[in-house]
Design a protein around this ligand. Structure first.
Ligand code: NAI
Length: 330
């Protein structure tokens, strides 16, 4: 099967080539997928796409016109796919539900540790031979309360890590799991979690119900000086409200691996350009904000697993007309 692989970086090409062997004809393309670049999939039965590719109705229609019948996502999240349009156009969609929950949970812990102990600032100070400690005061994680919103695969891993630090873990999920309880989480209503937690970490998917889950009102209900961490999807958080919270001091630390408007920025080297996103620049100017560019998933193990599952989806579609891990509209 001929497959157009969009948003290809060198590490994607290497891992996908290795997992593919000679099974499919993979056409590696650097551009992001959108209604204009869909033409690059001419002659392909399938496309392979990543988190910031545009898989809205217009793109899907353009792909269908060119004979595309399958979308293999290289991600767990599928909030960027118009699944209804895909169904109407008879395009099947599959994803990689599970590659390394450890990668994301560990990165989340890294953000928390760095923010708390100001490692990002200490690194620069020491390089300039500034060995003063003023401004670097942290707190013991031991004994602190951590609120985990969403206790799926990543939330459970993260619960285990934080329990290992000696934290009390509170959790909220509309579908509580035994695994999270076994890992040490105590389920409480969301409002109770927000009011009691020193650190709030988001691990739920982006859906219409979770859009701006953390808004002005919920920020006001959090503990003064709370640390908020989002490694899930940018739009779980109302960025304007978070900036207000940082300015007032209600939010004491903010760790982000995802950002509402990341599609225009992340995964590209823009270091020699003036970026037009004032909100991002305001956020990154706070000393108590640490942002990484959607790299939580980025470990050798995860990349290998993403490639293996993606090839599994492609081969299953080629032989049976459906991916191994299909996603469909409700
Ligand atoms: P999962 O599907 O195993 O777990 C998600 C959990 O969220 C489920 O238990 C679900 O019941 C819960 N949930 C649904 N609606 C909720 C709500 N309104 N409030 C609280 N919980 C709710 O997913 P997994 O693998 O744990 O991933 C979680 C999220 O992490 C993904 O949706 C994705 O957005 C993000 N992610 C980020 C990556 C990164 O590199 N930054 C990489 C991989 C995933």
């Amino acid at each position: 099967m001929r497959v157009a692989v969009f948003s290809t970086k060198p590490y994607d090409e290497a891992s996908l080539r290795k997992a593919n062997g000679d099974a499919h004809e993979l056409v590696f393309l650097e551009p992001r997928l959108n209604p204009r670049t869909a033409a690059l999939a001419d002659g392909c039965e399938a496309v392979c796409a990543f988190v910031n590719d545009d898989l809205g109705a217009e793109t899907l229609a353009a792909l269908a016109d060119r004979g595309v019948r399958f979308v293999a996502l290289r991600s767990a999240g599928f909030n960027h796919v118009d699944l209804r349009a895909a169904a109407e156009l008879r395009i099947a969609v599959a994803r990689v539900p599970d590659y390394s929950p450890y990668a994301v949970a560990e990165h989340c812990a890294a953000l928390i540790l760095a923010l708390n102990r100001k490692t990002h600032r200490a690194y620069n100070r020491v390089r300039e031979h500034n060995f003063a400690l003023t401004g670097l005061l942290g707190f013991d994680l031991h004994g602190r309360t951590v609120g985990v919103v969403g206790t799926g695969k990543i939330g459970v891993c993260f619960t285990r890590i934080m329990a290992g630090f000696g934290c009390r873990v509170l959790a909220y999920d509309p579908f509580p799991s035994e695994a999270a309880a076994e890992a040490g989480a105590a389920y409480v209503p969301l409002e109770e979690l927000l009011a009691a937690s020193d650190i709030v970490s988001l691990h739920c998917p982006l859906t219409p119900e979770t859009f701006h889950l953390i808004d002005r009102e919920r920020i006001a209900s959090m503990r003064p000086g709370v640390m908020l961490v989002n490694t899930s999807r940018g739009a779980l958080v109302d960025t304007a409200a978070v900036i207000e919270g940082l300015k007032s001091g209600r939010i004491g630390h903010l760790g982000l691996d995802v950002y509402e408007e990341e599609a225009a920025l992340f995964f590209e080297d823009l270091s020699d350009q003036v970026i037009g996103d004032d909100v991002f620049d305001r956020l990154s100017a706070f000393p108590n904000v640490l942002i990484t560019g959607h790299q939580a998933f980025f470990t050798a193990e995860a990349i290998e697993a993403i490639a293996a599952t993606t090839l599994g989806n492609l081969s299953a579609f080629a032989s049976g007309g459906a991916g191994l891990h299909p996603v469909a509209a409700d």
